[in-house]
Design a protein around this ligand. Structure first.
Ligand code: SF4
Length: 248
């Protein structure tokens, strides 16, 4: 997409600023696509060939986005009076690495990663079997949807908890009470993903009895630990979702 078109699109009043920051990126199931700039940009660029990473068009598109981004970055830096050529990139990268490693090793992140691995193991062993028996034994029960939800959030939970932990570290380094905390927003969407995963596992459990209970219990512990670490997360207002009370 050309820069001018992007600017024009971004200026449209229908978009809710920052709505994509605390969503679950599941655009197919999102009730706010009409108000999301990210979705609008992706839709405008949705040439089927460009979506295929093996296709040359994809890489051309990536290269186009990169160049446009670099141009916008330079323009913005100039407006803010920053000379990006003098930024200490090596130091910044080192600091980023330290923060990333600290976040990755945080207990909550390790627990969320462990959840993702448990899901992988469990589904490898059971998914095909469950589909066969479910299809044979019950009609119209949306087991496939439950698996879809589990799969969607399987790694998402860990990614969002990691972002929340990193955000909390940065808040500690440079406290700022002016805005709602990004770490609370990230923790909130992680909690929503956990809630929905628990509900999806409950559907699976109705087919396999006790076997899914261990995972549900594990997720519930993780949910409680995240709530304890981020006590303001549940009350964080996500633009476009919580403010319009869509129960998402
Ligand atoms: S707000 Fe909705 S449409 Fe926009 S990126 Fe998130 S899930 Fe997709």
């Amino acid at each position: 997409m050309k820069r001018d078109r992007l600017r024009k699109l971004a200026g449209e009043k229908r978009f809710i600023p920052g709505i994509y920051n605390y969503c679950d990126r599941w655009c197919e199931r999102c009730p706010q696509t009409a108000r999301c700039l990210t979705f609008a940009v992706e839709e405008e660029d949705s040439d089927p060939e460009a979506r295929d990473i093996r296709n040359e068009a994809f890489w051309k598109k990536m290269s186009g986005i990169f160049e446009e981004t670099l141009e916008l970055l330079k323009e913005s830096a100039k407006e803010w009076g920053i000379d990006i050529t003098t930024l200490d990139a090596a130091n910044e990268l080192r600091r980023e690495k330290v923060k990333r490693e600290a976040a990755e090793n945080h207990l909550l992140c390790r627990a969320a990663r462990s959840y993702s691995e448990r899901v992988e193991d469990w589904l490898k062993k059971k998914e095909a079997f469950l589909f066969e028996t479910a299809a044979a034994s019950r009609e119209g029960v949306d087991l496939d949807e439950a698996f879809e939800v589990i799969r969607w959030y399987q790694s998402f939970v860990c990614a969002k908890i990691m972002r929340a932990i990193r955000g909390a570290m940065e808040d500690k380094e440079e406290p700022c009470d002016e805005f709602p905390s990004d770490s609370d927003g990230s923790a909130k969407i992680a909690l929503i993903a956990i809630d929905r995963s628990i509900a999806a596992w409950a559907v699976v459990q109705s087919y396999c009895g006790e076997e899914a209970l261990g995972i549900i219990a594990f997720l519930d512990h993780l949910r409680q630990a995240v709530e304890k670490a981020f006590p303001k997360a549940r009350s964080f207002i996500r633009p476009g979702f919580d403010s319009v009370d869509l129960n998402t």
